[in-house]
Design a protein around this ligand. Structure first.
Ligand code: T3D
Length: 262
């Protein structure tokens, strides 16, 4: 049982809901710890074939819970930040390294480190009411939780720096336009849109998805020769999977494939 996170497992999809709605799901130490524990366990569980990350109440997440820092002298801020960062880094890495596909379902506020946690997911679906912002500079901080890494890769260096410096909120529609989210849907349709996407992924070739994720992550800082080597490595693994055989057989037999994830 978790204090700040709800977990639901249904039809091979694990939904992780950040659950501190009174503070718009701002992160405290326990919520970071609980989420990390859940994500690390999910990585080991073959029955989980897609992971959805979302927030309870009217927001995805309002970043770090600032109340813990508000009444401390300035010197302790830096110390507390250092302590928190290690925990955030472990969470970001655990999401990024998930072998299964992950989706962030974003409604309302997604700001600061909460937004960057969403960027660690493979796909993002935003509601039209979404308010995304790299709010850090507003309170005199640099983006953490991997923001500089994710934003520059998703958007290019120029747009990434603009979002970080101006720290303005952008809407779900604007986020879709610039490629920060996969799609933007009306709030009332968010749950269903994410359920459909998660179900589709959960019926896919899970092991191959894991290989695709590794290939694309590792390709980011390599030249073509190195990427071609990597694709050979991962293709020779994919070609051995039962799902590859099933995919080819289904094509030849003119029927939809039935993937086991293996
Ligand atoms: O440890 C470290 O490494 C530091 C790392 C920091 C990383 C970061 O995430 S930096 C960014 C931190 N987050 C923010 O700066 C956002 C702060 N919140 C806001 O600016 C506003 O709340 C929003 C623009 C996000 C939403 O505004 P609105 O008007 O929709 O809602 P609200 O009324 O401001 O918030 C509702 C409640 O949530 C409110 O509490 P109350 O008055 O009803 O008792 C508000 O205080 C609380 N809340 C919102 N965000 C936070 C928060 N409480 C603690 N920490 C928050 N981040």
């Amino acid at each position: 049982d978790f204090q700040h996170v709800l977990v639901n497992f249904e039809a091979n999809v694990l939904t992780i809901t950040m659950n501190r709605p009174a503070v718009l799901n701002a992160f405290n130490a326990l919520m970071i710890q609980e989420m990390t524990e859940i994500v690390e366990a999910a990585a080991q569980d073959e029955s989980i074939r897609c992971i959805v990350l979302t927030g309870a109440g009217r927001a995805f997440g309002a970043g770090q819970d600032l109340s813990a820092f508000a009444d401390k002298p300035a010197t302790n801020h830096a110390q507390a930040t250092q302590e928190h960062l290690g925990a955030y880094h472990r969470l970001v890495n655990s999401i990024l390294q998930l072998p299964q596909p992950s989706i962030a379902a974003i409604h309302g506020v997604a700001t600061g480190v909460s937004l960057n946690i969403a960027l660690a997911c493979d796909l993002r679906v935003a509601a039209e009411d979404a308010r995304l912002s790299e709010a850090f500079a507003r309170i005199g901080l640099v983006p953490d939780g991997g923001g500089a890494y994710f934003l520059t890769r998703l958007l290019g260096a120029g747009k990434a720096l603009e979002l970080a410096l101006l720290a303005d909120e952008i809407s779900g529609k604007e986020a879709e336009r610039i490629g920060l989210v996969t799609s933007c849907v009306p709030l009332a349709g968010l749950e269903e849109a994410v359920r459909m996407l998660a179900t589709r992924l959960a019926h896919g070739p899970t092991q191959t998805y894991g290989l695709i994720k590794k290939l694309f992550q590792q390709a980011q800082d390599k030249d073509l020769a190195a990427v071609l080597q990597l694709e050979s490595k991962y293709q020779s693994m994919a070609i051995e999977t039962a799902d590859h055989r099933e995919g080819v057989q289904a094509f030849m037999q003119k029927r939809p494939p039935k993937y086991s994830g293996k």
